[in-house]
Write a protein that binds this ligand. Structure first.
Ligand code: NI
Ligand code: MN
Length: 229
């Protein structure tokens, strides 16, 4: 399976002939290696509504006639305000099968909103993490979150091959809590740090995370690089 990282929390994979992107923050993301005006996708999966995750969802969905998978509130927002044709509303605890594999949403401790043209945040349901089962591999993308001990429960229920985990601090876990979560709760075969260096407020040295992790491999990926299974 080809599974790649594209800056902030964006991941991309292809499975069973389908092209899938998670949290497509491309335009305005100086770390992104992608071009939102030409990218082809069949599915867009969202963890929450914040602009650094929602990103180019409307453009990608409408140009590609792609299906957007996200919270029920994000689905309503996309249908009502942006005429997105295909949305799949889901919520925490729910799992669904798609052509590329399955998606299960789990909790994340964060918030979820988009700021409207008047500068007012529109709240868009709960923020979530995602457990993907694709071609026999389990991928846990935690979304934006603080540390919580039920990460252990999630990983017990779904032993994790690859975990994408935020280390940027300020808005999410930093290196101390993220490495604690990996070592004590999630214990994946491969950890990939995300959600750092995109903005000044979240500058971090991912090598400090790598040094703190004692379980499995840590792969520090540059935008465009693939996870090595
Ligand atoms: Ni966020
Ligand atoms: Mn974020």
């Amino acid at each position: 399976m080809k599974l790649s990282f594209h800056g902030q929390s964006t991941i991309y994979f292809e499975s069973n002939g389908k092209k899938v992107i998670v949290d497509p923050f491309i335009t305005g993301n100086e770390l992104s290696d992608l071009d939102a005006s030409t990218l082809k996708v069949d599915y867009i999966i969202l963890t929450h509504g914040h602009a650094d995750h929602f990103g180019d969802t409307v453009e990608l969905a409408n140009r590609n006639h792609a299906t957007v998978i996200g919270s029920a509130e994000l689905g309503d927002y996309l249908t009502t305000y942006h005429n997105v044709e295909n949305v799949r509303p889901m919520n925490i605890g729910g799992k669904a099968n798609f052509e590329f594999g399955s998606v299960k949403y789990v909790q994340a401790f964060h918030s979820s909103s988009l700021t409207d043209d008047n500068g007012i945040p529109v709240y868009l349901g709960m923020p979530m993490g995602i457990v993907l089962e694709i071609e026999g591999k389990t991928i846990y993308h935690t979304g934006d979150t603080g540390l919580f001990s039920d990460m252990k429960l999630i990983a017990d229920r779904h032993p994790v091959d690859v975990c994408f985990i935020p280390i940027g601090d300020n808005f999410t876990m930093g290196i101390d809590d993220a490495s604690y979560a990996i070592n004590n709760f999630i214990k994946p075969k491969i950890s990939v740090p995300v959600h750092y260096d995109t903005f000044e407020l979240i500058e971090q040295d991912p090598n400090e995370f790598k040094e703190a992790v004692q379980v499995g491999d840590v792969q520090i990926l540059k935008p465009g690089e693939e996870v090595q299974f």
